[in-house]
Design a protein around this ligand. Structure first.
Ligand code: HEC
Ligand code: HEC
Length: 213
């Protein structure tokens, strides 16, 4: 029943019929038996986030490889609770039925190697680097590195990895924190920071954080 629902949801997301989906399951990744991806990963998440968390289209879907495990579990819970919303991901979160499922998927992705990204817009990097390392005291912006780690790798349990993610995804999340559309950050800590960032700050720091390694 859950499985049928999961397939139907995925099919709906892709505009395919459930039948077409069932007749062409994605091939399992070439893993040793002792190190197999959970079936939710190979059956559902793979379509957008890839089997190893290298997103199928990073312009649309975030990478999950090397993401902090507890952070992934929390996001799945938040999408289901409606405190984080996305037209595509919210329905996908419902395919993760139990806490054990969430933990298995999160541990799998957390253990995968990150595909590094590179900053491509040199004109934005100086401002991005300043915000990342020192913040902007005059505007009340703390250094991003204080919570997300010097190289953007994230800090267990609550601070997500930002390095390796595409700048457009990071910028979109900052905008969603800034306008309050995303409101699942503990004590509003990201909203308080994002609302002090200008559009240029958002672009600069997203570009810089993405390229960190
Ligand atoms: C049809 C595409 C699609 C599928 C399938 C999908 N996701 Fe997502 N996922 C998204 C999108 C789009 C976002 C970005 C949402 C946003 O912008 O807030 C996302 C975001 C996430 C995030 C938040 C990442 C972050 O950095 O905050 C997690 C965690 C996640 N997905 C886990 C999963 C898991 C686990 C599965 C499988 C059960 C899954 N997703 C299946 C599209 C998908
Ligand atoms: C006081 C700690 C703190 C500081 C400083 C901080 N962040 Fe965050 N940030 C968080 C937390 C906590 C979350 C995760 C919220 C949640 O649970 O969804 C987060 C989430 C994010 C996300 C969403 C990541 C994703 O995968 O969806 C982005 C982007 C981000 N922060 C960027 C920044 C930038 C840029 C700065 C510096 C200008 C910064 N943060 C400074 C605590 C912080």
């Amino acid at each position: 029943m859950m499985r049928t629902m999961a397939l139907a949801l995925v099919a709906a997301g892709f505009g395919l019929t459930a039948a077409a989906q069932e007749s062409a399951p994605p091939p399992p990744p070439p893993q040793a038996a002792s190190n197999e991806a959970p079936s939710l990963v190979t059956g559902v998440c793979v379509q957008c986030h890839g089997a190893t968390g290298a997103s199928a289209d990073p312009a649309l879907y975030p990478h999950l490889s090397g993401q902090v495990s507890d952070y992934i579990v929390k996001q799945l819970r938040d999408f289901k609770a409606g405190v984080r919303n996305d037209p595509v991901m919210t329905s996908m979160a419902y395919t993760v039925a139990t806490d054990e499922d969430a933990r298995a998927v999160a541990n799998w992705y957390a253990g995968q190697t990150v595909t590094p990204s590179a900053a491509t817009q040199p004109d934005l990097i100086e401002r991005g680097k300043k915000l990342w390392r020192a913040g902007d005291a005059a505007k009340g912006i703390p250094a991003c590195s204080g919570c997300h780690g010097a190289s953007g790798q994230g800090l267990p349990a609550q601070y997500p990895r930002l390095s390796g993610q595409l700048p457009s995804y990071l910028a979109q999340q900052l905008q969603r924190f800034r306008n309050g559309e995303r409101a699942n950050d503990p004590e509003g800590m990201m909203r308080a920071i994002a609302e002090r960032l200008t559009d240029n700050d958002v672009k600069s720091v997203s570009e810089y954080a993405s390229g960190l390694r």
